[in-house]
Design a protein around this ligand. Structure first.
Ligand code: ADP
Ligand code: MG
Length: 383
């Protein structure tokens, strides 16, 4: 059990008993590329997590041991200077946030590790930031709210990891609840939980095993395409500050003013925001068939209108369509690689796995990584 292993590693290394915290990874059920359009997303925390054993030390030192990398870093200063131990950047970025808030952390020991696959789009980096920040908040009684911790973790990612992420990842990692998804309004940051009853269904992620180099440049391009769309619409309706404020009707009325590409992008975003709402309604009604259809439609939009999919992701979704008992499937995350997420009937997961293994090969020719996840609580203290 990973918790015992990490506690023991802490005790062996530091000859003390730690406090233990855990931070999960996250999935996003629907609502892709809507966040930077002030729209809606539907994430949830999962059963894959990172465990932190921590204790203040009176040595004015930050002493970190990563179980998964089997690397140790000891430093007295908060800086980005980690000598190739990239994992430590996330911890130091969090310490930097505490310092900026005027909360003194005189010294801390931390051993951490877990089972969130790295770089698969499950936000292992947000889990590292949130778990460590939550632990510091407890150990040093800083009284920071979960919401504020999520914001600090996001800033740590911006400033130390240099990744200009939105708030969804850290938010979901902090606020997740067992068997509930979070509808997050990326403009107001208001959020509502919706029940996701896993009794009859399972969620399975399949890793394409690829990350195309296009991802970053196309992401930036989509952002400016959306802005271009907003600029056009604003001439006709000054209440449109982001695509979240646009309607299909407004878009169709002014279709001629758009280049075909910008038009497609905008239609996708407006439709995807509507789908998030429909998906929440489907959950309230317990209609998983409809929820699954919305996932398929989300993928079609991402593939044909937003054009951020790739042959590997499309192939996984096509395979899913052929398997009896798969209700929905779509690419998850920014696109051009990463995972596809699948909603599968509980007793059909074995045949689903078999079909994927038979019909999809990663570019290296290996069997694809298939990760079953359940929806669990967000970051917290253990025992
Ligand atoms: P993801 O999509 O999983 O967030 P990122 O590239 O943003 O991918 O973050 C992955 C990085 O986070 C890793 O390279 C590592 O530096 C750090 N990280 C994640 N999980 C762990 C872990 N269990 N132990 C140490 N570092 C981790
Ligand atoms: Mg990340």
């Amino acid at each position: 059990m990973k918790i015992e292993k990490i506690k023991k590693a802490f005790a062996d290394r530091f000859q003390q008993q730690p406090q233990v915290f855990s931070a999960p990874g996250r999935i996003n059920l629907i609502g892709e590329h809507t966040d930077y359009n002030d729209g809606f997303v539907l994430p949830a925390a999962i059963d894959k997590s990172i465990v932190f054993a921590m204790r203040p030390n009176s040595k004015s030192l930050f002493r970190f041991y990563s179980m998964d990398y089997d690397e140790y870093l000891e430093t007295a200063e908060i800086s980005k200077n980690v000598g190739g131990k990239t994992w430590a950047i996330y911890l130091l970025g969090v310490l930097d946030q505490f310092q900026k808030k005027g909360i003194e952390i005189p010294g801390v020991d931390c051993v951490f590790g877990g089972d969130i696959p790295l770089g698969a789009g499950l936000s292992s980096s947000a889990a590292v930031e949130c778990g460590f920040a939550f632990g510091l908040n407890e150990l040093f009684e800083a009284n920071i709210s979960k919401f504020e911790i999520a914001l600090m973790a996001q800033k740590a990612e911006h400033k130390y990891a240099g990744v200009m992420c939105g708030i969804m990842d850290q938010f979901a990692v902090m606020h997740g609840k067992q068997n509930q998804v979070i509808k997050l309004d990326c403009r107001s940051l208001d959020y509502t939980y919706f029940p996701f009853d896993m009794r009859d269904y399972r969620l399975l992620l399949v890793n394409t095993g690829v990350k195309h180099a296009l991802a970053a440049s196309e992401y930036n391009k989509r952002r400016s395409e959306c802005e271009a769309g907003v600029n056009i619409l604003q001439q006709y309706d000054d209440s449109v500050n982001a695509l979240r404020d646009a309607t299909i009707e407004l878009l169709t009325n002014h279709k001629n003013e758009f280049s075909p590409t910008i038009y497609k992008r905008c239609v996708y975003v407006v439709e995807e925001n509507i789908r998030v709402q429909q998906a929440c309604d489907a959950l309230v009604a317990g209609d998983f068939e409809l929820f699954g259809k919305l996932m398929y439609r989300s993928h079609e939009g991402l593939k044909d209108k937003y054009e951020v999919s790739c042959p590997e992701l499309d192939s996984l979704v096509e395979i899913a369509r052929t398997v009896d008992g798969v209700l929905g499937s779509r690419m998850m995350g920014g696109g051009f690689g990463g995972c596809a997420i699948n909603l599968v009937e509980r007793n059909k997961t074995t045949s689903f796995r078999q079909s994927v293994i038979e019909n999809y090969q990663t570019p290296e020719g290996e069997e694809p990584q298939i990760i079953e996840v359940s929806i669990e609580d967000g970051t917290g203290k253990l025992q």
